[in-house]
Design a protein around this ligand. Sequence first.
Ligand code: PEP
Length: 250
Amino acid sequence: MRKKIVAGNWKMNTLPAEGIELINGIISKLEEVPSDVQLIIAPPFTHLALANEQIKDTPITLSAQNCADQAKGAYTGEVSAAMVKATGASYVILGHSERREYYGENSEILNRKMAQAFENGLKPIYCVGEKLEEREAEKHFEVVGGQIKEVLFNLTPEQMANVVVAYEPVWAIGTGKTATSDQAQEIHAFIRKTLSDKFGELAQEITILYGGSCKPSNAPELFAQEDIDGGLIGGAALKAEDFIGIAKSY
Ligand code: PEP
C-alpha cells in the first residue's frame, strides 16, 4: 500500500500571523480528512518552528521548501538541512521548477541537496516536470526521465524508500491549466517504470504526487488514477477550505 499524501507548498506567501491562521483553519477541518491521507504543510523557513509548535498534537507533518547544498559555513542567506531539521520539519521540497528556473538549480546542485537532506534525516519531496515547449516538442518523457536518472538513480534503495516524487508540469503550475488525468497518469506510470528499472519492486511503494493547478474540483479525477498517490498543492494550499477539500477527494 502506497502512502497517500496531500502536501501544501506555501511558497513565499503568508506572514507568521497569517500562517498561524491558515494552520488553525486546517486543524479545525482535520476530521474531514480520511485517516489514511497524510497532510504535509511547507510554510516559509521563517515560520517552520512556529508551525511545528502549532501542529505538534495533530497528524500534520512539516516540510521546508528548500535547503542548502552545503552543511554549514560562509554561505550567506542559506539555510542548512540541519537547521531545517532542528525546526521539527521532517520533509524538504527539492527541485521545484521555480528553484530550477529562477535559481539555476541543476542536477549537480540537487544531488548535493539530496545528500544534505539524507545526512540530516529529512525526507525529500523531489519535483520533476517539463516546460510547455518541451511538452509541445513531445520531449516530456525525455526531460522527466533525465531529471529522475540524474538525481534519484544516485540514491541507495534505503534512501529511495524515503523519497516522495512530485510530477509538476511547469505549464500547469499557477496557470490554472491542469494536466488531464490521462496525461498525468501516463507520465506517473512512466516515472514508476523508470524507477523500477533501477530499484525494481521498490518503485511500487514510492508515492508519486501530481502538482499543477490542483483544486477541489479536479482532484477527485486525478487522484482516482492508478499511479497518482496525492498532490503537491500551491495556490489552493493557501486556503484551508480548498486544501482540505483536496485532501477529502480520496
Ligand atoms: C506548486 O508550485 O507546487 C504548485 C503545484 O502550484 P499550483 O498548485 O499553484 O499550480
